[in-house]
Design a protein around this ligand. Sequence first.
Ligand SMILES: C[S@@+](CC[C@H](N)C(=O)[O-])C[C@H]1O[C@@H](n2cnc3c(N)ncnc32)[C@H](O)[C@@H]1O
Length: 190
Amino acid sequence: MQSSNNHWEEFYKEDSAPNNPSPFAGWAGDRINPTSRIIDIGAGNGRDSKYFSTMGHQVLAVDKYSEPKGKFFHHKGEIFDMSDIKCDVVYSRFFIHAVSELVEEDLLSYALRNSHHLFIEARSDKNEEGFEYQYGEHYRRLINFEKLLEEMWLRGFHIREAHESRGMAKYKDEDPVVIRIWATSPPYKK
Ligand SMILES: C[S@@+](CC[C@H](N)C(=O)[O-])C[C@H]1O[C@@H](n2cnc3c(N)ncnc32)[C@H](O)[C@@H]1O
């Protein structure tokens, strides 16, 4: 198996990833207050960062392996590099299923401490492929909706909206079951 690092570096070098904003960016964008500070974690080629910045938000795209280009800030690294940076929104699309449970925990802790809103979209384990599998040459950890919601609730998030279904992230002939969550962290945690 090719390591995930090489997979993402090669994938974004090829420049074949879609450049248009994802449907999730539109969904989250409708719920984000004007002129917010947004951290897009696992931003890939920056397709959604670009969208948010054209909507008038201030965006920091964070990605360990790719270097998105556009009119937004970019940091090549991980979420825990950002330990003291406050923002209004942490946005993470198709990120948590591409990383380990430990990185997912870093993301939740970071958002709880430093951000008011958290948006997550990820592939669900209700897909026929099962809990954990390799796709092409890279690893994916499919996400259990109920377990993630419980984990977030226990950590203190308010779940504002949560959905799990097909039809939300269609791409070419693929229509996977995906999870969408909009959560806020309470001000008393700060
Ligand atoms: C499936 S892509 C999603 C890209 C983009 N959000 C989108 O929806 O098009 C996952 C991204 O996570 C990045 N990534 C993987 N592990 C990471 C980590 N530990 N910290 C930051 N970024 C990471 C990869 O480089 C890749 O760009």
